[in-house]
Structure formats: structure tokens, C-alpha cells
Ligand binder design. Sequence first.
Ligand code: ZN
Length: 702
Amino acid sequence: MAQQKQWWLNEPIRIIEFPDKFNDYAKKVQTLKKLGGNAEHLLNYAFKRGKSEQLETFHEPGEHYLEVDAVSLKKYLEHTRKQKTRVIVYYNVHAENKKYIDLMPGWVQRKEDGTAIDNLYGLNTSFCVNSPWRDRVFKIVGDLASCGVDGIFFDGPIFVTNTCYCAACKTAFQKKYGYELPSKTKLVSQRENPQWYDLVEFQSESISSFLAESNRQIKKVNPDTLLYMNGNTLSPDWPTGRNNRKVIEVTDVLGAEGGFLYGELRESIYKPGATAKWVNGLANGKPSVVFCAAGHKPWNFSTLPAGEISILYSQTITHQANVWLAYSDDPWCYQDEVKVLQKYNAFIKKYPELFMNTVSLASVALVWPAQTGNYYTGSEIPLTDFTKEMKSEKAGNVLEEFYGLYAILARNHVPFDVIDEKTLENTDPKYKLVVFPNVACMSKKMVDGVKKFVFSGGNIMSSFETSLYDEKGKKLENLQLSDVMGVENVSTPFGPLNWDFIYAADPGHYSVKGLVKRNYIVSTIHGLNITARKNAVVPIKYFDPLVGRYAGSPKKSEKPFLIENKYGNGRSIFFAGTIGHAVARFNFPDFYRIAGNALKPLAGVGVKLTNAPSSIEITARKNKESGDVYAYFVNLTSESKRPIEQIVPVHDVGVELKIDKKVKNVTALWASKKIKFTQKGSTVKFVLPKIEEYEVVKLEGK
Ligand SMILES: [Zn+2]
């Protein structure tokens, strides 16, 4: 008999977390259904002492380790099963009440001086995955599975940034590596030290082993109970020990907080989509999810306006991650926002085939350099609920470089995937172009993989110190990809160039199309001293830096800014500067144009939009079963401010799409409209009369 698929593999999950009293079962499930969800994060469970029939309503960190009252949970699950909704228990495994520092001294995470963590979120402590607390968790998750819950969500587990030096960690490290657990705060500024590598590995292995054992206990009871955790965001994983590649090996769904928006909303507008692309790629066939908060953080009881909710959902689902939205206040207080949520959830429910079992048709991949984040000192950690912001103004900030190049691709209407460095070892030949946002740290295996890829006809576009370090953060004599890039004599980076310029040295070159009449093109803030090899082309060079912004006209230098080179059958475009950073920070239009000009001939893009603003992001995917092609349009067009209150519709967008079969029907599913089209050979052309906040166009084959 064929084994039935686990439930989370059968349809897209639409998870909602909302504060509701657990004592009114019917109302709670009704709310979930009205919002369009099919699964809830159950916050208000309590495995508590005593014989009460009611489950206690609490969400206080630390309380979950009390005894189980399975009776009422089972009753609730009987009810949800009848209503066909799923219940995933929220299990806080990272923030605990401070009283446990005294009650359970052997469980808490400790700093290097031996003192316990007592200021997580200002008021909590945290238990350590290597301490005897783990046995407690393994028992509880087994008990929860026995009750029949559909899944368990771990919030955490994490190492707090400056931990952990508890007895269990010290012993385990010594045993594994044969020397004393080294200082994290000291090594963080000496990342080329091999002990840093050991420490980062040790912590991510510790988390992974905790997850693996938890999942074993759960699956022993019921293989149909889901386990997943709050995984790492697009940021280095050393501060918390969450390494998503390891996490997904031992859990069922890979998730990250791509939709937690903070403060001035100065993070990239593409954060939810970038996170979805990344976790979906890493999950390697398993499902993924993007965690989105309705609240504008850190104002926990606020709710983001409808436009922001829309782009959280449209970006998440387009890149095939499941949706998860958390309310901290009563959703019904926000009618406009609820309507958006209901609209998206209904759309996912109606067309599940758009959001699972599809393959990307992108011919371009952008690398998220996770390893570089850990072992390269130019990196920065963004603000999340788990990490305090640590700004570094050093050259080569990887996060900004990534988001700048992300924006360049998206705003030039280039569909693309996000891959991690590990993928480079065997670069998928379906990609015509791979983009490297200052991917500084690369192993020999990755370098060999990239060389092979380019030699056999692939193309790369890279920036700044890409490949100048080994995978452990050791700076090398030369860029490892220098043959591919056509460069030599690499020396130090220069800058900051606070008011400086570059110029078109070859005005006929395609990269400066539309810019040839400019005397001055604004420069990146940092550059890399490097020489181009004889056969390489240098269409753009740096001016000499000015002493001050009014210090006269700059002199032309011979320093290359853009170097184009042929390698085997492929080509490289190398920016000897931090172009992604310049776009992420300043949105210089010239850089969108230069990079767009440079990449388009290399990217083999199968889609062309006309009359569309750069705020429309286009993605193309194909259903694995039906072979139907879907074109997804995420509309980010707004009223020029964030938070975005409403998305502004876009009209009469021309679409040209390459497709490998005869098309029978073209339908705009969000608008529920048949679309007139023409097909000549492999090119299908049509005009979309109106793109509201979102659209998916289905191209049905004959
Ligand atoms: Zn520990």
C-alpha cells in the first residue's frame, strides 16, 4: 500500500496566530476559518499541573515546562478535526522566566564570566540546548504528539549572541575538539582564527542535534506530527547558531522571519520575497514558510496597513513559501487589513497548484553568501527578535550588497532565484547568469564549480571582494576567480569615496548605454585596487578622489570599475566596487542602468515587460504535473511612503514570454479574466489591462 503523504505536503498551509481565549473552542476555530487560515499556532496551550478541565491561557515564557493536562487539549483537537483545521502548538524554547536562573541553575545559558543570561528582551533568561533541559523538552514533545496535535513549532532554540559557557557546553566542546571552549566575544573580531570556525560549527551542531532528537521523539509517537522551528533570517548564523541547511535536514518545514518589519522600515522592501526564495531553495523539496507579523515592530499591538500586509503575502506565496501571519491584537479591529488577508488566503485555497509542485523558470540566480556572513568581517547583522542590531560600517557589507543586487534584478524585470554558496559546487546549468554580491569567502570546491560553470558557457556578475577569502575567512593573495574575471594584482580596498565619480572609458560599450553623455557618474563608496588583464575590457573607470566635494573637477584615473572578461564559453562582469551597497543605500539610477545593461545580454531572460514600472516584480514558474506556466506579478507600487497603506494598480502592461509549447488559454486568475494573446513560435504576447495588488497569469498548454 502506498504510504500517504504527511499532511503538510498535501496543500499549501495558511497558518494564523492570533490572541484568543482557549476556552471558547467554537469561536476560536470560527475566527481562524473566517480569516481564511487552515492551521493555527496555538499559543494558549498549557501542560499544567492539577486536574482542571480547562487549559490555562498563558504565553509566559518559561511556564511551558509545567505538567501536562492532556484532557482538554484532546477535546479541543476532537473539535478542530471535525472542523478540518490543523493545530500547531507554539512551544517557546528560547525565552524563559528569570526565576529559573535560581530554580534550574544547570539549565540556563551562561556568559563567558559564568553569569546567567538575564536580559533577553530585557527581562528573560534562556535555557541551553546542551543542558539536561533537553530531556525535559523531548518528553514534552512526545506527550504533545500523543495528544494528537498536528504539529509543534519551536520558537528558538537559539544561542544568545554572547553565550553559551554552561557546564554542558564546556564539557561537550572539550570532548569534541580537544581544547577548552574559546571566547566568542574575542573571536568575533578574529574570524580567520580556526577556533572561530570550530565554535560556530559546535553551536550549529548543538542546535541541530537538539532538533533531531526532538523530531525523533515526535515521529516515534506519530509520523504525521510536524516539527519546525523559527529558522535563521538572511543574516549570519553565528549569533544564534541557527544554520538553516542543518535545520531542514532534521525538521519538516523550513521557516524564517522574512516578514517581521521594524522601526523606520528601512530594510529592503524585498525582504519577504528574498527570504521566501532563499528558504524555498534550501528546503530542497520540503515545504518552506515565511513568518510575517501583522504588527509594526517593536510596537507589538499595532497592525501594519493593508498595503504592507499585501506585499508580505504576495512576495511570500509567489516564491512558494507557505504563509504564516501573527496578530497580537484582535484582527477584527482592522477591517481593511483583514480583507486583504482573506483575499490572499481564499486565492491560495482556490488555486493551490500555483503555490506548490512548481519549478522556477528563472535563468538567473543570486547568491546569498551565508558563509561569508559568518567568516568575513565586513558583514552586518540585521535586527531580529533574537539579535540586537550590530552595525558595521566596514566596506563590503554583505547584506546591503545582496539587497542592492536583488533590487537591480527585480527592478530590471529579471526573474531570478536565490541560492546559497554550497549550491555553487555544482551550479545548475539551467542558470545562464549567477550573481555574486561580494561573496568574499569561497572554498576551493565552490571556486572549481564556478570555473566549470563559466567555462562551459555560464556567465557571472560579481562585486568587490568576491572570492578573495577562503571558506574559513582567511584572506588570500589573489581573487580565486581572477582567471574568470580577467583581473590581477589585487591589493587593498579604497574609500570611502564620499563625493566621487566614475566615468565611461569606452562610451560605445553596452553597459553605459543611455549614460554616454554623462561627464560624471556617481561612484560606489568603496572600490578595490586591481588591474585588468590584457584581454579583458574595461568600459568604466574611477576618477581620482577629490579632497572635498567642492575641490574642483576630478582627474581621470586608470583604475577599473567594471571589467568584462571571456572565460571559455562564458563571460564575467566584475564590479571592482560595492555597487550593491550603493543601490541599497542611495538607489542611484545610473547603477540600475549600468548593471541592467551589463547583465541583460548574459541573463537569457525569457520574459519582457513593457509599460511596467520597476515596482512590478515578475516571476515565472511551471507546474510539474500539468506543465502549465504561471507568470506572477507582485505589485509594489505605492504612494511613495512606508508603511504602504495601499497598493496603486498598474494598467496596460505588455508581457512577452518565451514558452516551449503551444498555448491554448491565457487567464489572469486574480482578476478572473481571460486575456487575448498571440503566439509566434515560442513567444507569447499579451497585454494585462490592470494589475491590482497581485496577479498570476496562467498559460495553459494545448
Ligand atoms: Zn550551554
